[in-house]
Design a protein around this ligand. Sequence first.
Ligand code: AKB
Length: 304
Amino acid sequence: MDRILITGALGQLGLEFIKYFKKSDTFVLATDIRNPHEKLSCEFEKADVLNKERLDLLVKKYEINTIYHLVAILSANGEKNPFISWNVNMNSFQNIVEISVDNNIKNIFWPSSIAVFGTDSNLDFVPQNPSMNPETIYGVSKLAGEKLSSYYSRKFGLDIRSLRYPGIISTDTLPGGGTTDYIIEMLNAAKNKSDYTCFLSKETRLPMMYIDDAIDAAVKLMSVERKKLTISSSYNISGFSITPSELEDQIKSRGFNIKINYKPDFRQEIANSWPKEIDDSSSIKDWGWSCNFGLKETLDKVFS
Ligand code: AKB
């Protein structure tokens, strides 16, 4: 039986993983540096992943055998303080690896991101393994994490599995400090009948994915036999791609009378260094990835 620790559990992905695992009655210990706003459907302990001793105690106390390590400072927030971002993203990862080695935990899920790519990665349709020179500290830390995952898996027999997530769309649980956040802000503005000022230009195409696909993909990847996996760093996955102006049209065609202004800020430069479309053929081939929510299905869910 899996006994799962989720770090950064009160973030966008964490809350959805908790909901998912509840359905199968899997034991989950959620940790975060904040307290939850409402009671969670699993165990919760307030803990900072940078505090290795405390996390180690919790892992022992709850007999954890699988870790979903979700703590990260995302792209836009990372640029405001690169040193803090590197510290949180890398040292938390390092602590998780050390704790896993010390407690004989093999199974780890750790999300990477489309932020690992850069302008020389063939951004129109980014392959699994192009040249990668990320332009944000978040992307640099995710790429370093990918390299460390491969290294630690070889060195210590860990089984760290990872996906390069695009922007993730959920309107109940919100992300914080990312570059793809505009899509959720615009959708929520439409639902709340308020105007919206978009921080990216109209024509900025970025890959996105509905939250249910993001969760299903991780759970599926974690359940596949190791020998089927040919990639030890992180897998490309893709949902659909969209620009802010295409999203505006979609929202209006569904009868929402929203006024949208465009005022690109520093996040535009980040978006310019990210993929427009993703080649996820390795995920399809190795572990049977398929996306259930295209643009239409995603918007149907959001506005249901
Ligand atoms: C961000 O915008 O920073 C994240 C990501 C794509 O990893 N949503």
